[in-house]
Design a protein around this ligand. Structure first.
Ligand code: ADP
Ligand code: MG
Length: 506
């Protein structure tokens, strides 16, 4: 990239764009940068054999991203892992926050109830695994660029599989296609950092698998992926599975809805979780690690039996990724309590090292509770209900998976529908306004060109002992760049708003 050439370069709308799009379409299918098609695209029941895949939406070019911000986000990930491992161990702290939101949030109340039941039976597994992702946007303050955290994910942190492939796609294009454009980008001029997300997340699962050790019941051990029925983002998960299978670890996928049918608890003091192969139930694997890619929202619990399934995982000797406590540590309420002005006192309780905690504190933006008793809560109620002030905020419930938030003018409208005593189940967060960059998105074969907003996610893996607090594995695990049109408020790729991207560091 020469310093004064516009980036990404303008494309000739005809053959040049066609050629680049075609290369991306083919490379993506050839390399598993793909999702299952939505029914609206192929028609209901038009793919009964489940053989179709389509390109994941992706940018034609890696988006420019400030190098200092990227490096900062990567460098603090192990501190974030440690912070959330410590929060997961503080049952009293989590219980207090659960009580604050539970009145207006049955789902969180139910998760806590399951935790208490298992506690009464006695937890038999002290090891806990987190596959985390901390999400950021770049905040521009004059000339100063600073990453600000959007949210911290502690359950089903997705896209690590597709993200590694997206980096490879853009690296491939930078060698083969970008140098041939009418405004060429010479090879090796883009700064494209490697992205190990698929293998690094798999390495986290492997660390837990190894820590579990051999079965004392003499079964072979395995890792069980708990998934949603009809998952369209399956190849993302498959990349992690294949990486584990390369190191000869047995991996199985089981829909959450079938967990009670195909697993049992061994009637021994350790309550090992046993997986019976559906096609050959006498063949049994002991589940060393249970990786949840389902169970993060109320839709995954349509019947009381769904809660029994969650309880079976939690009460067994498997290492869950995550435990209910770790899932609850990912509540937006936790992020709010850590970030509420004026200062990092709650954060310092978990991370006493001042250098580490101030590095984390710098990534927070203002987040407020919406209670009626604290000064911060009362101020937030004023901001959220004022027709002008509310335009600077997003209001979030305790939910994951996209499509749940209320933006700007929708905030006062939503609050009118909720009884005031339940306002505290939401948090109010300042909107981060990243500098817009230009890019083109290829989505379902169509090009969308214009201003885009980028959200960086950094993965982390952490294995710790809930009882002793000992951290056995703590690593930064690659990154995700998701990009959306600058007119869109939500950015989830699975929710259909965002697309896959990678960084060109500037
Ligand atoms: P979810 O758990 O549903 O993913 P998020 O907190 O990540 O919820 O919010 C969803 C999307 O909304 C984000 O990916 C981002 O695009 C946008 N968003 C959330 N918080 C902010 C914020 N403070 N400023 C700007 N955009 C935000
Ligand atoms: Mg999110």
């Amino acid at each position: 990239m020469t310093s004064n050439a516009p980036y990404p370069p303008a494309l000739d709308a005809g053959l040049e764009t066609e050629r680049l799009s075609q290369t991306i379409k083919d490379w993506s299918i050839a390399n598993g940068l793909a999702v299952r098609p939505p029914p609206v695209l192929v028609g209901q029941n038009q793919d009964p054999e489940g053989i179709l895949a389509i390109n994941a939406p992706v940018t034609l070019f890696p988006s420019p991203f400030p190098k200092s911000c990227f490096e900062e986000a990567k460098a603090i990930q192990t501190n974030y892992n440690e912070l959330y491992a410590r929060i997961s161990q503080d049952e009293e702290f989590l219980g207090r926050l659960v009580q604050e939101v539970a009145g207006g949030d049955d789902f969180i109340a139910k998760l806590w109830e399951i935790h208490l039941k298992v506690k009464e039976e006695g937890y038999v597994q002290n090891l806990s695994l987190g596959l985390f992702r901390s999400d950021y946007m770049v905040h521009q303050d004059g000339d100063h660029l600073q990453i600000k955290q959007v949210e911290f994910n502690t359950i089903a942190s997705s896209f690590g599989g597709l993200s590694a492939q997206t980096s490879l796609l853009h690296q491939h294009l930078s060698k083969t296609e970008y140098p041939l454009l009418t405004t060429p980008i010479p090879p090796n001029t883009l700064n494209l950092p490697p992205n190990t997300s698929a293998h690094s997340l798999a390495a986290g699962l492997r660390a837990a698998y190894e820590a579990y050790g051999p079965s004392i019941l003499n079964h072979p051990t395995c890792i069980l992926f708990i998934v949603q029925d009809g998952e369209r983002n399956i190849f993302d998960q498959r990349h992690l599975e294949y990486s584990l299978q390369q190191s000869s670890i047995p991996v199985f996928r089981l829909p959450f809805s079938q967990l009670l049918t195909h697993t049992t608890l061994s009637p021994t003091p350790l309550r090992q979780l046993l997986y019976h192969l559906p096609h050959n139930p006498s063949q049994i694997f002991e589940v060393a690690v249970t990786y949840l890619r389902a169970g993060y929202g109320p839709n995954d619990y349509p019947a009381p039996s769904s809660w029994l399934a969650r309880r079976r995982i939690e009460t067994s000797n498997t290492i869950p990724c995550p435990t209910i406590l770790t899932q609850l540590a990912g509540m937006k309420k936790v992020q709010q309590v850590l970030a509420t002005p004026p200062g990092p006192s709650t954060l310092a309780k978990f991370i006493p090292d001042e250098e580490k905690s101030s590095a984390l504190w710098r990534t927070f933006t203002n987040i407020y509770p919406l209670d009626s008793s604290s000064p911060a809560g009362r101020e937030a109620r004023r901001l959220a209900t004022d027709p002008k002030e509310c335009l600077k905020y997003v209001m979030k419930p305790q939910r994951e998976g996209g499509g749940n938030n209320f933006y700007k003018g929708a905030i006062p409208e939503q609050l009118k529908k909720v009884p005031e005593e339940h306002w505290n189940s939401f948090i109010l967060m300042e909107l981060i306004t990243p500098p817009a960059v230009q890019n083109t998105i290829l989505r379902q074969g169509k090009l969308e060109q214009g201003g885009v907003i980028c959200e960086l996610g950094v993965y982390g893996t952490c294995l710790w002992d809930q009882k002793t607090g000992q951290v056995k594995h703590n690593e930064e695990a690659g990154y995700l760049l998701r990009t959306k049109g600058d007119q869109s408020e939500e950015g989830g790729v699975a929710a259909g708003f965002g697309c896959m991207d990678s960084v060109a560091l500037v």
